[in-house]
Design a protein. Sequence first.
Length: 775
Amino acid sequence: MSVLVSNLGFPRIGARRELKTAVEAYWAGKTDKAALLDTARSLRAATWERQAALGLDIMPSGDFSFYDQVLDASVMVGAIPALYRALGTADSLEIYFAMARGLQTGTQDEAGCAHSHGGAAADVPAQEMTKWFDTNYHYMVPEVTPNQSFQLSSTKAVDEFREAKALGHHTRPVILGPVTFLLLAKSKQPGFDPLTLLPAILPVYVDLLRKLQNEGADWVQIDEPALVLDLDDRQRAAFATAYDRFANELTGLKLMLATYFGALGDNLAATLALPVAGLHVDLVRAPEQLDAVLAGAREDLLLSLGVIDGRNIWKADLSALLDRLEPIAKARRKLLIAPSCSLLHTPIDLALETKLDPQVKDWLAFAVQKIEELALLAKALNEGRGAVAYMLAANRASIHARRTSPLTNDPAVRARLATVNIDWTRRAAPFAERIRQQQAILALPPLPTTTIGSFPQTAEVRKARAAFGKGELDEAGYTRFLREETERAIRWQEEIGIDVLVHGEFERNDMVQYFGEQLAGFAFTKAAWVQSYGSRCVRPPIIYGDVARPTPITVDWWAYAQSLTDRPMKGMLTGPVTILQWSFVRDDQPRSQTCRQIALAIRDEVVDLEAAGARIIQIDEAALREGLPLRRAEWAHYLDWAVECFRITASGVASQTQIHTHMCYSEFNDIIAAIGAMDADVISIETARSKMELLEAFATYAYPNEIGPGVYDIHSPRIPAAAEMEELLIKAGQRLAAGQLWVNPDCGLKTRKWEDVKPALVNMVEAARAARAAL
Ligand code: GLN
Ligand code: ZN
């Protein structure tokens, strides 16, 4: 028996975000292409070398990307929409980045001045971007046409295999599989199903696989995470079509079919019937599938068991894993062990965290440490536990320390949670009664105007925060600065006639981090960056312990802001599901339990805001939709506790206090009943980009509460005209009662510039006035 350590993919941004620095410098025109390629090459070399040193036997290549691996796949098969081909550049990298982020020559972009572009002025939008399965990583949605032709258009996979070979590493190239690619692809032609393009795309894959084989690859990892989704028979059959074809046309090349993010479930039988040489399964998300996989796997199928969590940052219980793996290793001739999925979703190296509480740090493993864990497991399996006895003992000690630590267990939080009953989730009166009381107090005009919360986080705001962080600006100076910014924002809102004001959120670095930093049970890292999309990285907080709110978080800021104006000032909070969703969450209790703890903490904040005099409190649940499980059968359970948590948060106040919520980026059809059950008095949603189409779900459902469909797309610097927003309001008024409607932008304005925001909001107020007369 032999057990080998393999990896499905390593983070490519670099431990110090070197890739971010390099691509952004290139985009800004500060460095040239040669410098960028050079940085990329040395990052790849360092990544291979590091993994080899950590004891990795089977090393991926092709997992590097300048922006996104799905975009790489689009370019690989030649799914490059005409729009980008028409740019008239021979530089494939320029086309690639145009697909990733759009190309507007002669204007400013987020990284500084636009990259110079030979030829005529260009103005093309980026491809659509969306979340990769249920992760917080975003990919570029492949776009195909009904008569799409494919041809191998990039040799990236082959080049990187060869590059590794030259450095002495024999790698297993990684590519995105054809069926998942087409299932993720979209067409602008309504009703067209991209999967019908399968026969057209397969020859390109055969071509590429053959090239890899000619270059010396014996195994190729082919990712088909779509196998963990609900599939119909036709979709399932597409896998057989694809992999039968590969088996027929490619002799001698072995495919490791990689599935991850969940159980194969009802796709298991079909998957095991595919003529592939290897299968990777996720045993972290779906440990229960192991027996069925073992029972059904051909004897000569090489199994890759994903036993180390590629989605989270906790140390694995190695002894427990060995208990499970030892009998399997004995029974099978050869076995691979691996992270559950690509390590793209974890930070790179725990060693860079010098400020973490050493106790908490001892419970964590980032990408580097996860490969070390795998190497240790393999050694124990191949040579016996005695060979690594000392390391196993240390691991047991960490696991035990975490399990029994008072840091993870706050009896007061647990006792309180035990007293939560249905009454905690119910407002004092039904909506119809509440809204009557609220209207009597607030006395707002019909179609009241408001904004979602944040105002521009200007360079000055960020500079002041950085200076305060470094100690160059003292607390009093920083507070003074923030108060001035807040006052200016309030005066300006009054001046242009907004009805319900916000303070602008200048004091907040991020809508989750700001709250996490003031809650017990959260830890923050210095360098634990994870790629979110392109060059954008996030540092999710780590929820390691029971969550409590030692002191009020936002009340002082709210009270200051309200003291400046007679108009209602919204209290502004982030909801429990969103805080959970954008953090690394403890894995020693159900997520629902952690979420309930956060819900209680935020509920306390809501109650304190009310006591301080707030008449309107907004609880943002931007991420509620994205928390939906991949399988429909699990939706109801998730929505149940997610809605319950929101209701716990919102239900501590009197009927006359108006609770708002906000959601963005949502496909509302799937969750409209849950949104109804949240029973917020007012919800603001993103609708401008879809020209109110997203409102359809609310109309069909006959959503009874108040609603502010976004009339201004804040994702673009474009300034919408008053008439355009008025038209959207009229459209909304045809679907919903005018008396239900609020007028607001799509989302917060923090990423915009004041010079865009000011005219846009002036126009919005004008649109509301006109619509009041018209509706
Ligand atoms: N209140 C937040 C803001 O305006 C909401 C942001 C969001 O929904 N993503 O910034
Ligand atoms: Zn939003």
